[in-house]
Design a protein around this ligand. Structure first.
Ligand code: NAP
Length: 248
């Protein structure tokens, strides 16, 4: 693996639990300083304490990524206090599932706001400091649902497909500026997001996954780690499904 002599700063949204926490742990283990962002303070502090207890480096900012001003300020604060921002992982996400005929405008807009618009806002704020260093790594966490569609998730699928198109546009805009932008598209992963799914849906999820199992958050973190590595400098605009073969 190619190593850098600067301590890179990574900001990960939705980092207090699940996939985001695994990504933060992994990037910290790889020597990044990781800024963990999500709303509830206590789990954020726990996650930072766990990273520091392993001798790695992290801090936290409590912020609702659905609030563009707050998210822009979180990125500004990171650059002011740490002097740089090299890696941005837009991972925070929510579901508000329901059949389309019964879906409210609020549930549609909220999922777009938190899952898609937040990534645009964060990329816009992070691009300038990255351009200043002529080095940047953006990873947007989409979903296999954004590729193949899923009933009762028109809002979520729209947001996750939107992330793929947006990431490719960003990849093209910044391709000559040292900044890459890629997507990781998880399949069903064992986290709080899937914990409360009815047993029948969990069974169906396994049945449509060729590997017949849920993935682990660490398996997503490994893919994010690759895209954010020094080694991945010639890889941009790509979508890597980590989904046990679903949607291949
Ligand atoms: P999770 O366990 O529910 O964790 C979600 C994280 O996002 C938490 O840290 C949560 O903390 C944070 N968050 C939620 N709303 C936020 C907001 N408005 N502002 C800031 N932070 C917010 O979810 P996960 O399963 O790890 O999913 C992570 C990402 O992977 C999501 O984008 C999800 O769509 C995607 N994904 C997951 C799966 C899966 O099967 N689990 C599959 C495909 C894609 P707070 O609530 O404290 O803010």
């Amino acid at each position: 693996m190619v190593m850098s002599d600067v301590k890179r700063v990574a900001l990960v949204t939705g980092a207090s639990r699940g996939i985001g926490r695994a990504v933060a742990d992994r990037l910290a283990r790889e020597g990044r300083h990781v800024v963990l962002v999500s709303r509830a303070r206590a789990p954020l502090d726990d996650a930072v304490a766990a990273i520091r207890s392993r001798g790695n480096s992290a801090s936290a900012i409590s912020c609702d990524v659905g609030d563009p001003a707050a998210l822009t300020e979180a990125i500004g604060e990171t650059v002011r206090s740490l002097g740089r921002l090299d890696i941005l992982v837009n991972n925070a996400g929510i579901t508000r599932d329901g059949l389309m005929l019964r879906m409210s405008d609020e549930d549609f807009d909220e999922v777009i706001r938190v899952n898609l618009k937040s990534a645009f806002v964060a990329c816009r704020a992070a691009a300038r400091p990255m351009m200043g260093n002529r080095w940047g790594r953006i990873v947007n966490v989409s979903s296999i649902s954004g590729r193949i569609g899923r009933a009762a998730q028109v809002n979520y699928c729209a947001a996750k497909a939107g992330l793929i198109g947006m990431t490719k546009a960003i990849a093209k805009e910044f391709a000559t500026k040292g900044i890459t932008a890629n997507v990781v598209a998880p399949g069903f992963i064992e986290t709080d997001m899937t914990a409360d799914l009815p047993e029948a849906i969990k069974e169906e999820a396994k049945n449509i996954t060729p590997m017949r199992r849920f993935g682990q958050a660490d398996e997503i973190a490994a893919a994010v780690a690759y895209f954010t590595s020094e080694d991945a400098g010639f890889v941009t605009g790509e979508v890597l499904a980590v989904a046990g073969g679903m949607g291949m």
